[in-house]
Design a protein around this ligand. Structure first.
Ligand SMILES: Nc1ncnc2c1ncn2[C@@H]1O[C@H](COP(=O)(O)OP(=O)(O)O)[C@@H](O)[C@H]1O
Ligand SMILES: [Mg+2]
Length: 270
């Protein structure tokens, strides 16, 4: 975020530059029936920033991400992407955004190559030869060129996550959203994914929002970190401040102590 180049997104294929986009969450509240999942959440992600949203399971992180891509509509408040309302369908035509789903959401019946080619073919972005060049280039960026003819079932968990990221990248995103990109991965693979998230931002200046409960990932790549607990945004701070959290609830979430007297364990007993 220190140099001016982070204010424009560089297309990984054409190297054309477009202004990087911002994301603004304004007083966002969302309920499903009686359950209030998001409670008056407000924050802003700057163009080219890596913002990590952390919080325990069930905090509302995935629901918040779904609002940004317009898959979920607010009960009150609003979400703006590049100053356009995310709930407006035309926003997705104007801003290229890609969501890397938690489970990868790859098509098991398609090869890695065809998984990546799906979107460019559907949107007829070029000839089959042009699509091929783009897909193979994307696989190279993620060191996956040897997996093109493989099927998802033949890949390790870490490879599947990388293919899911590659499939998002092939959409030439200005905004990349990741849902738990390091979950179910061993620490080494988790570190590789963190590195990839950093590289994609540094090389292409995409704005990135990463939902995760992985503290190492947040400390490693985030410019700023937001902590969501029980649907409320508890704090937004530079990543370094996570090393010494002031709020005891946040401290307990980030550095859980194995103390069976802790209310967290009491809850498990019932
Ligand atoms: N479509 C839905 N209908 C009803 N409840 C939902 C729906 N989506 C999510 N929830 C509930 O909202 C809460 C937050 O979910 P989620 O955002 O997935 O949490 P997480 O922070 O783990 O990603 C959970 O209690 C979940 O059960
Ligand atoms: Mg989730």
């Amino acid at each position: 975020m220190s140099d001016d180049s982070s204010h424009s997104t560089r297309n990984p294929f054409t190297h054309a530059e477009t202004p990087a986009v911002s994301v603004t969450i304004e007083h966002l509240s969302k309920s499903f029936g009686e359950l209030q999942v998001l409670k008056d959440v407000s924050f802003k992600v700057a163009p080219g920033e890596i913002f990590v949203l952390m919080g325990p399971s069930g905090a509302g992180k995935s629901v918040l991400l779904r609002h940004i891509v317009g898959l979920e509509l607010p009960n009150s408040g609003r979400v703006l992407v590049d100053n356009l309302d995310a709930s407006d369908e035309t926003t997705r035509e104007k801003v290229r955004m890609a969501l890397v789903f938690q489970a990868g959401a790859l098509f098991n019946s398609l090869s890695v190559y065809d998984n990546l080619a799906l979107y460019p073919r559907e949107h007829q972005v070029g000839s089959e030869a042009e699509i091929r060049e783009k897909v193979m280039h994307t696989l190279q960026i993620l060191s996956l060129e040897n997996t093109a003819t493989k099927f998802p079932s033949e890949l390790s968990g870490g490879m599947k996550k990388r293919v899911a990221i590659a499939r998002a990248l092939v959409m030439e995103p200005q905004l990349l959203l990741y849902d738990e990109p390091t979950s179910e991965l061993d620490p080494v693979m988790g570190a590789t994914i963190s590195e990839i998230i950093g590289t994609l931002r540094n090389d292409y200046h995409v704005t990135s929002i990463v939902v995760s409960h992985d503290r190492d990932l947040a400390l490693g790549v985030a410019d700023r970190v937001g902590i969501l607990m029980g649907g409320a945004l508890m704090q937004v701070s530079p990543a370094a401040e996570l090393r010494e959290p002031k709020d005891p609830r946040i401290a307990d979430f980030l550095n859980p102590k194995i103390d069976i007297k802790n209310p967290r364990f009491k809850k498990l007993e019932t």
